[in-house]
Structures are given as structure tokens and as C-alpha cells.
Design a protein around this ligand. Structure first.
Ligand code: FAD
Length: 453
């Protein structure tokens, strides 16, 4: 008889794990799936295109009712698991029902962090995590009344905050982003790329305040009315979105007595401190590391499926990259781009075309990359970072991408010849520098390839 597998959380990580499980061992488990959200799995990443109106919810559903039915999954959507009794090997739902398991998979994701500012519990103060949050922002775009444009403040100039801001702006909402740090997306971008991004968002009518500290959320009749900054300014708003980070949803595991540090601790096989219980996704901690992007979760999902079927697989974290999903803002960041001893930068700037590239080398290896404006070669650079490949004699042409790094000896004229015709006819900035500089190759090489251009 098939063993009973209970899955807590129908998010991106468990969705992928179930896919692998059904591919490799169909029928091995009788699966029951609980999800606090009243639905199955959708592509959470794509909430931003739904917010901006570029996609519909139906287009981002990854596992629909038919899929679960086909695989014999019993779905308990809109139902939370309240407790795990490890001794009795049962989960207790919030309605008090007990369900037995042989193996349990915890995939509860994370919870948005809400800064406990005075007023944070007012109506209209929301996070950006799920479809309900997305709808609150979309509904605001439908208008607060015919007399004025709806206004929103987003606290947080990171990936999520900016996607929320751009999505709302696309719906005609007047948006101000309040960011405490000196430049946007400081964890992924350096100052120069952050400045280009800020300018691009401002061009879309989004107001961006960096180095701004929130002090209090101001209310009117129990509803948010504005955000007061510590310099006394008040930013009026009808909706306030907090996008300041996430916390792993590890409470169930903790209450059940599993080993929990910042999240539920798992080993290389995604098994918790209880051999009957596995966990994956943003609710886990592996080797001291937490997760907030989807790529490693997909690797974890393969390992979970293997472990559940008795095969041996190990989760090995890879280097990660980030892209901002705001149409027209091409941005890519990967690896470690902090300055440090023994590190060198190679920088390419083309302010006229809004293109910025920065590569960070440590000895013979590429360890970080930040691109703004043109991310077409991002995958190739990501490969170099991941594979830790020695750069060797490609160093001098590295900044120009794979087309110029075919293993040939340094030849600036070759680079010019290989560049698209349109690039060879532009003014003095950026790509033109290839031409000008090719003519003055010594200075070009000194300025550009030494990394201070
Ligand atoms: C708007 C947005 C954009 C993003 N963009 C990107 C991106 O571009 N690139 C990227 O790599 N990552 C992105 N992310 C992050 C990515 O979506 C997450 O890393 C990923 O969804 C986490 O998957 P998960 O399965 O761990 O958690 P989730 O997908 O959050 O799923 C967890 C599920 O568990 C449910 N749950 C929680 N507690 C219980 C309980 N007690 N009982 C039953 N169910 C429960 C929750 O309701 C939830 O549905 C984005 C996230 C958001 C919100």
C-alpha cells in the first residue's frame, strides 16, 4: 500500500518537488496537500506582471485542479496546518482534524516582515507576497474616487518594492518609494547601477527617496493616510506597501520541536532533525544559509523527490543571480561584487544609452557582475562565475562579452570589427569608445581594461 505523504504549503518549492516525485515514482505516495492560500500553486514571481497588467492570474497558474486530480492529490486549499504531533505522526489542521502521515514535507515559505512602526496595523498597510496583496494594489488603481489620482507609498527599494512600485505606476497610481539606504537595491547593485535604475524609475513618474527614514504611519478613521519621515515630511497615501524583507515561516517546525535556528534546519538530503520529516523552500536553513530566490528551491525540490524515493541526492547551493522584472529596466546582478583586497573591477559605462557593466575579478576568476541597460550576455557571465573558470587571456576583452572572447589573443581592432555596424557609427560615449579607443588603443586599454573607465 502507498505510504501517506502530507505536504504543508502549495508554493513554488513543493509544486516542483511533487512534479519530480510523480515523474520518478508515480503512485509511491498517497499525497494530501494543505495550503493556507485558497488555491494551488502559481508562479509567485509572476505576480509582478499580473500587478502591472501584463499577465492575468490564469496565465501564471502552474498546477491547476486538473493536475492535482491527475496525480491523485487530495487538496486542502484554504486550510492551514495548526500543529504537528511528531510522536503520533499526525498533523492537526486549524479545524482540529487529525491526519496521519508516514512522511511529512514542510514547505511553508516565508512571511513578509512588517516594520512595527506606529500605525502599521492601520487598514491599507499591506505586504507584497500573494495574490490577495496583488489585488489590493490593483483595486487601488481602479481609483479612490473620480476627483483625484490614487496614491501609494512603498517602503523598501529592493527587488519586491520596486516591482510593486512599477506595477502600481503602470496602473496609473502615483507612487513614492521610500528607501533607507543611499541607493536602490543595494544588495544587488552598486551605486552607479542604482543611480541609473533610479533615473529610469523617475522617468516613469515614480518618486524615489533614498536615504529616507520612515517614522510613523499616519491614519485617518482607522485607514492609512500617509507616511511621516523622520525629517518631518508627510507623504500622503491611500495604500502603503511594506517590502522590507521576509522571515522564514518556521513556527510549525519550531513548535513541533524540530531543530530550528533562523529557519528549519535541514541536511544535504533536505531531511530535518526528524527523519520522517523533510522540508524545503524559504522555510529552511541549510548549512547556515537561508533562501529567498527560486533557483535553489528548484534544486532542493529534486533532492526532496530523490530522498522520498530512497535515492541518494545532495543539495549543493549554487551562485545566484537576480533580475528585476520591470519592463524596460534591464538589470542583472550575480555573485559577489563587494570591493575587497585582491579584487579588481572592469567597468564599462555608456551614459547616453544607459548602459553600465561592472565585472569583479579576484585573481584569475570572475566573482561578480552587475549589468544595467544591456543584460544580453548575462547567462554567459553567470556561467563563468558559477564554473569558477580561470579568465586567462580573455581578461582584456571580458567586458565586451562572449562575442569578443573567443580565445583569440588581444586585438582591439578585432573587437571593433566584430561590433555591430550601428555601434561603430555613434557619438563619443560608450560603444563608440570602442572605435575611438581602438584608435588610441594604449589609453583605451589603460582606462577601460584596468577598470576605471
Ligand atoms: C512578488 C514576488 C516576486 C518575486 N520575484 C522573484 C524573482 O524574480 N526571482 C526569484 O528567484 N524569486 C522571486 N520571488 C521569490 C520567490 O517567489 C520565492 O522564493 C518562492 O515563491 C518561495 O517558494 P516557497 O515554496 O518556499 O514558498 P511559497 O511560494 O511562499 O509557498 C508557501 C506556501 O505555504 C503556505 N503556508 C504557509 N504556512 C502554512 C500552513 N501552516 N499550513 C498550510 N499552508 C501554509 C503559504 O500560504 C504559501 O502558499 C518573488 C516573490 C514575490 C512575492
Amino acid at each position: 500500500m502507498a505510504e501517506k505523504l502530507i505536504v504543508i504549503g502549495a508554493g513554488m518549492a513543493s509544486g516542483r518537488a511533487l512534479e519530480h516525485l510523480f515523474e520518478t515514482a508515480p503512485g509511491a505516495y498517497e499525497v494530501t496537500l494543505f495550503n493556507a492560500e485558497p488555491r494551488g500553486n502559481y508562479n509567485r514571481l509572476m505576480l509582478s506582471p499580473v500587478l502591472s497588467g501584463e499577465k492575468t492570474y490564469e496565465e501564471i497558474v502552474t498546477h491547476d485542479a486538473a493536475w492535482y486530480e491527475r496525480h491523485g492529490v487530495t487538496c486542502r486549499f484554504g486550510e492551514k496546518v495548526a500543529r504537528i504531533d511528531r510522536a503520533a505522526k499526525v498533523v492537526i489542521s486549524e479545524t482540529g482534524e487529525e491526519l496521519a502521515y508516514d512522511r511529512l514535507l514542510i514547505a511553508t515559505g516565508s512571511t513578509p516582515f512588517m516594520i512595527p512602526l506606529p500605525g502599521h496595523d492601520l487598514k491599507g498597510v499591506v505586504a507584497y507576497r500573494d495574490l490577495e496583496d496583488t489585488h489590493r494594489m490593483i483595486d487601488l488603481g481602479a481609483g479612490v474616487g473620480p476627483e483625484r489620482t490614487p496614491r501609494a507609498v512603498v517602503i523598501g527599494g529592493g527587488l519586491l518594492g520596486l516591482e510593486a512600485a512599477a506595477g502600481m505606476a503602470a496602473r496609473g497610481i502615483e507612487v513614492t518609494v521610500v528607501h533607507i539606504m543611499g541607493h536602490l537595491m543595494e544588495r544587488q547593485l552598486d551605486e552607479s547601477a542604482g543611480a541609473l535604475l533610479k533615473a529610469a524609475l523617475e522617468q516613469r513618474g515614480i518618486r524615489v527617496l533614498c536615504g529616507a527614514n520612515s517614522k510613523e504611519i499616519v491614519g485617518d478613521n482607522g485607514h492609512v493616510a500617509g507616511l511621516r519621515l523622520d525629517d518631518g515630511r508627510i507623504l500622503p497615501c491611500d495604500l502603503l506597501v511594506m517590502a522590507v524583507g521576509i522571515r522564514p515561516n518556521a513556527a510549525l517546525g519550531q513548535a513541533a520541536g524540530l531543530e530550528v535556528n533562523r529557519a528549519i534546519v535541514v541536511d544535504d538530503h533536505m531531511v530535518t532533525s526528524d527523519p520522517a520529516i523533510l522540508a524545503l523552500g524559504e522555510c529552511v536553513e541549510h548549512d547556515g544559509q537561508l533562501f529567498g530566490l527560486v533557483a535553489p528551491l528548484y534544486d532542493q525540490a529534486k533532492v526532496v523527490a530523490a530522498t522520498l524515493t530512497g535515492a541518494v541526492a545532495r543539495f549543493v547551493p549554487q551562485e545566484l543571480s537576480t533580475k528585476l522584472k520591470v519592463t524596460g529596466c534591464d538589470l542583472f546582478s550575480a555573485g559577489d561584487f563587494a570591493e575587497g583586497e585582491g579584487r579588481e573591477d572592469i567597468v564599462f559605462r555608456d551614459p547616453a544609452r544607459g548602459i553600465y557593466r561592472r565585472l569583479v575579478l579576484e585573481g584569475e576568476r570572475l566573482v561578480g557582475a552587475v549589468f544595467y541597460g544591456d543584460t544580453s550576455d548575462a547567462t554567459w557571465y553567470m556561467g563563468l562565475i558559477r564554473e569558477k573558470e580561470p579568465i586567462g587571456d580573455r581578461r582584456d576583452m571580458l567586458i565586451f562579452g562572449p562575442d569578443f572572447c573567443g580565445g583569440h589573443p588581444l586585438d582591439p581592432m578585432g573587437a571593433v570589427a566584430a561590433s555591430p555596424a550601428k555601434d561603430r557609427t555613434q557619438g563619443r560615449n560608450g560603444m563608440t569608445q570602442k572605435i575611438d579607443m581602438a584608435g588610441n588603443s594604449d589609453r583605451w586599454l589603460a582606462d577601460t581594461l584596468a577598470g576605471r573607465a
